[in-house]
Structure formats: structure tokens, C-alpha cells
Design a protein. Structure first.
Length: 125
């Protein structure tokens, strides 16, 4: 009987973990947007790159993305195009998803050079 209880507990735990993974999986690739200090920022994200486009398409931040777990990723800055700011090549931003609401999620981000903050990011495609 105790083995049956253990089996049921493990199955329920596995299902809960799987559902949580599915909540975050839609945010790993695609097109996104958020409101930055200077207006709307568009994001194009693949499995390995995260490109932020702003200033009416004139400026870009190109970052490598590495997912640490289902809800946390690290962006490593590779290149800026017509963009000033606190990130230099090799700097990083660690982002943790702290809330999911439909096709939007809130991150808490901390950087090795730029401090920390929170942002709401919307999936557009």
C-alpha cells in the first residue's frame, strides 16, 4: 500500500512539473515586445540569440541567450548597433520569470553592470 501511495505522489509531482515547464516553454523562442526607457522595444528570440530592436529599428542589442532552467535565462551581450548604454561585450543580464499572465510574463533582471529591475514582456508571435 505504501508503494501505491509513493507511486501516486511521484506521478502527481511529475505532472505538476510538466505543466509548469509548458507554461514557460512558449517564451523560449518567438517575437516579443516591452516598453523601454525610450519607447517600444521589439525582441526576436531564437534558441541561441536574443536581438532587441528599438529607436524605430535604428538600434539593436545582440545577445546570446542561455536558459539555466525553465524560468531563468542569461543574456550575454555580444554587440550593440547604434545603441549606447551600460552593456559592453561580454556583460550579462540574468532574468527570472516571476509571473506569467497569458502571453505576457514579468521578469526580475539583474546585471553585472546595469543594476536590477522588473519588466513586463509580451509575446507577439
Amino acid at each position: 500500500m505504501k508503494y501505491l501511495f509513493l507511486l501516486i505522489t511521484l506521478c502527481c509531482f511529475g505532472i505538476g512539473q510538466s505543466q509548469e515547464s509548458n507554461i514557460y516553454s512558449k517564451f523560449k523562442t518567438g517575437k516579443f515586445s516591452y516598453e523601454g526607457n525610450s519607447g517600444k522595444v521589439e525582441i526576436i528570440r531564437t534558441e541561441k540569440k536574443n536581438i532587441e530592436i528599438f529607436n524605430n529599428g535604428k538600434s539593436k542589442l545582440i545577445n546570446e541567450i542561455k536558459w539555466i532552467n525553465d524560468s531563468t535565462y542569461i543574456l550575454t551581450h555580444k554587440k550593440s548597433i547604434n545603441a549606447s548604454g551600460c552593456l559592453d561585450k561580454g556583460d550579462w543580464v540574468k532574468s527570472t520569470i516571476i509571473k506569467v499572465d497569458g502571453n505576457s510574463y514579468t521578469i526580475k533582471a539583474i546585471s553585472n553592470k546595469c543594476g536590477e529591475g522588473q519588466t513586463v514582456i509580451h509575446k507577439t508571435e
